[in-house]
Design a binder for this molecule. Sequence first.
Ligand code: AGP
Length: 612
Amino acid sequence: MCGIVGAVAQRNVTNILIHGLHRLEYRGYDSSGIAVVDFKSNLTRIRCLGKVKNLENALKKKKEQVFGNIGIAHTRWATHGEPSEINAHPHTSGDIAVVHNGIIENHEELRKILQSRGYIFASEADTEVLAHLIEWELRFSNSLREAVQKTTIQLEGTYGIVVIDRKNPKCLVVTRSGSPIVIGFGINENFLASDQLALLNITRHFMYLEEGDLAEITYQKVNVFDIKGQKVERKIIESNSKDHIAAKGQYHHFMQKEIFEQASSLKNAIEGRINKDLILTNGIGVHITKILQKIEHVQIIACGTSYNAGMTARYWFENLAGVACDVEIASEFRYRKFITRSNSLLITISQSGETADTLAALRLAKKKNYISFMAICNTENSSLVRESDLILMIRAGAEIGVASTKTFTNQLAILLILVTALGKQKHFISIEKEKEIVNALNLLPKQIDNLLNLNQEIQYLSKGFIDKKNTLFLGRGEFYPIAMEASLKLKEISYIHSEAYAAGELKHGPLALIDVNMPVIVLAPNNELLEKLKSNIEEVKARGGILYIFTSIDTDIKTDKGMTVISLPSISEITAPIYYTIPMQLLSYYVGLIKGTNVDQPRNLAKSVTVE
Ligand code: AGP
């Protein structure tokens, strides 16, 4: 989704800004732009539709090198107004240039007021309202900071806003509410961004602005003011995050790299949290034991892939820990009246920790009577992490592909560890069962490494999808949410319409869709539901459906007319949902390749969905 970079220095910041935008490309966007001001107060603004590369080329085409010691840059993911150069940021008004993440909900009302004051709008973007409003307020203010403060009190919605003033090319003003902003500290130069990844190559020292904060940033100094306008100190932290943005290495795409990284990312997730036989409760949080004892209900909230991880864990919470669990999509949870169960733990799951709906749901839930708020997250210092009481980092490393892969399997591993710790505290899990789970988790990285040998077989299989318009994924029990995840992956990467069904539901409607043009992918591990699933397979076969069945080598399901069987090595039933996810990811990846889509940045999608 939209990305922001800003810099103020004594040197030319243009390349820093462009480089920062490149590092934010993975988030998904449709246009980009930059505005820089030099020492003599000349403002240069360039905006382009499409990739940051286009912006870079446009800069190169300029007769003179574009120079600015202060500047702002942006990648835009269209919300108000189509993707176009005119709607791209920065937006300007008089001497003011502005970039903005988020949505100004009362932009229409503000637009009318500003038009009545004589402002002429060049775009359809809500951000242009901000530029004119700040320009207006500056006329009656002593500083840019004061003008921005007067502007934000008139806004409804969410924002991370950065403003520069051509007449004062020494100071960036930035403020946030609902959209993250991080300030990066250099030596005689300072930076800001919507994601620390944009700045990791130039600094390791960061300060996260809190809700409602405003900062004035010069090359020498950063002054922060809270929502009441009081000067405040915010902690400066040293990041030890590795700069993962680097390279795809031997891989063609980040998605491919991230699929193949899963053995090692899983090892990271479990390290220090389990040993040979035991779940190490301390490894998931020092104060967690007391809370686990009290839990009678778990409420999970998440979106997309993270929601699918939560749906899988629901089976585990009830089967393995004997604790009731509800899972809800954040955008639904936040807009309905919900009843808080007694002694309920609220868990949010998110790769980015910045998903607007998940964050809003957490903030809403915090007004209710939950016993604690846990975040299962991949991004250190994200808003979700900072606003939760208990943190379980999934340690998958940076995920650049828009489609979540390694973060899903790491989320599942962490959830399984949490469930086991809970089951142990509740005396629901026997010592033998705990041993079995721990053993299964310990074996998993190696088993996944071996499973990736199916790569070529799945690549071959993907050819069968080239002319397909629809696909159905079937699973039962905890394999139903794995089918949901497989289906989400296929649709986002290949643009093939796809649905996931609990296999038992087939006869209640979807069976009508089955014909020779409808591939049906079945997840059929060797478990207690296999016999039931076989009946569902027969229902499809009898109606001429094309079946692809992923099963265990020790079942009697064999390739037959209209039925391709992919046999996987047999594995513990407990970790099988994580294991069966891998071939599903490979399948989407290869179908995406065959279809010629941009697998790392599928159209219309963003890595981190920071608007609702
Ligand atoms: C899945 O591949 C997508 N990237 C998307 O569904 C994602 O899982 C969703 O937007 C939630 O993001 P989060 O985990 O960062 O909160």
